[in-house]
Design a protein around this ligand. Structure first.
Ligand SMILES: *Cc1c(COP(=O)(O)O)cnc(C)c1O
Length: 395
């Protein structure tokens, strides 16, 4: 019987036993090196031949050694892919995925709910390379309508950044397949543990390991995972050419992080639901965005396709900007900051301009506040939100 994914995460990256002593540390130490030395030229020849046969043989340090291999295996297992490629950030993972498949004259359809810096990649790199990008609502119909004869890639994110709307991934995959497009998705939210887009029809999954994989707000890391080996080969060539390399120490921290990934996500998810329930009782809250919340319009899709949830939620407040700012400033346990997926709670007052491009956003709802619910005791978080709420009324 294949062990459960949670069991796999505890046994991944174990150190090998020493031949002489039969002893080993529990976890593999970070294997740091800039180069690899070979005992004889024929050992080197073997490594080169293995590489040419598509095996993971390391000839030079950039590709990483045992620590990197262990984390690549973890990403493959989490995502259900054939090969994973590590990069120094989630943003680098997005760039790697796009640059692996897009050439001059190509067109890519991007869901308008995608992580905002995708637009920066478009403006600063893709446009310059002669790649055209169209943005559309993340529905199968809208994506279908945006496809052109030269479209190569359909790029989505489920649930979407900021408003966390679940996408109908199998339906998007059907559109991609009908038009011979590569369906790429940002799966940072699910990180393979609670959502597996490759099983739902996506070809390439992108994960910012910076978030829940690392889980301790102390590293930057990304991964691109391919479902089939033809795509993996294309990504591998681009990964090599672009010179991506990740520190063994960061990889080691990520391996340590995934041991507790299931527990951390479950705890944050349970607390987030309690926070949703509390926020739902405030008359000035016009909407709550969290797919596991039963009143979220996308809840049915979440139930169908996801296996769990996490601590990320957003809510809109029908108040004026000064009141929204007073509320955020008054929070004591929520750090004002970007990012999420760590042990700590965070708050972000989302700039209205950042939502202007999201078809799912209703500006009449007021201001959007995004919370990451960390591992603090939830009663303390609720009490903090309650005391900050008093600031909505003052002045
Ligand atoms: C944070 C984030 C990224 C980028 O990750 P970095 O490691 O910060 O570059 C990509 N996608 C999503 C959905 C994110 O939340």
């Amino acid at each position: 019987m294949k062990p459960h994914l949670h069991t796999f995460l505890q046994h991944a990256g174990q150190a090998d036993f020493d031949d002489k002593t039969g002893a080993a540390p529990v976890a593999m130490p970070p294997v740091r090196t800039s180069t690899v030395r070979f005992k004889t030229l024929s050992h080197l020849d073997q490594a080169i031949a293995a590489r040419q046969a598509g095996e993971r043989a390391v000839i030079y340090g950039r590709g990483g050694m045992d620590t990197h291999r262990a984390l690549e295996d973890v990403f493959c297992e989490l995502e259900g892919g054939t090969q994973a490629f590590l990069v120094p950030s989630g943003m680098a993972a997005i760039s790697l995925a796009m640059l692996s498949f897009l050439s001059q004259g190509d067109h890519v359809v991007v869901a308008d709910c995608a992580y905002a810096p995708v637009r920066t990649l478009d403006k600063n790199v893709l446009e310059r390379m002669g790649v055209n990008v169209s943005y559309c609502a993340p529905t199968p119909q809208a994506c279908q309508a945006a496809i052109q004869p030269n479209t190569k890639v359909l790029y989505v994110e489920s649930p979407g950044s900021l408003l966390m709307q679940m996408l109908d991934m199998p339906a998007l995959a059907a559109v991609a397949q009908a038009h011979d497009l590569i369906l790429m998705t940002d799966n940072t939210w699910g990180s393979g543990l609670i959502y597996q887009p490759l099983a739902l029809g996506a070809d390439v999954s992108i994960i910012a390991g910076t978030k829940y994989i690392g889980g301790h707000s102390d590293l930057m890391l990304g991964a691109v995972v391919a479902k089939n080996s033809a795509h993996a080969q294309q990504i591998e060539a681009c990964h090599y050419a672009l010179g991506f390399s990740v520190s063994a120490d960061d990889v080691w921290l990520a391996l340590r992080g995934v041991r507790t990934l299931p527990l951390r996500m479950q705890q944050s998810a349970a607390s987030a639901l309690q926070v949703c329930e509390f926020l739902a009782s405030w008359p000035e809250v016009s909407a709550i965005y969290h797919p596991a919340w039963p009143h979220d319009p996308q809840h049915a899709l979440w139930q169908r396709d996801a296996f769990g949830s996490n601590g990320l939620l957003a809510f809109s407040l029908r108040v004026d900007m000064p009141a929204a700012r007073r509320f955020v400033d008054a929070l004591r346990l929520f750090g004002i900051g970007f990012s999420w997926g760590g042990f700590e709670s965070l708050v972000q007052l989302v700039e209205p301009a950042a939502l202007a491009n999201h078809s799912y956003w209703n500006p009449e709802n007021g201001f959007l506040i995004r919370l990451h619910i960390g591992l603090e005791q939830v009663e303390d978080l609720v009490a903090d939100l309650a005391q900050a709420r008093q600031q909505l009324e003052s002045i």
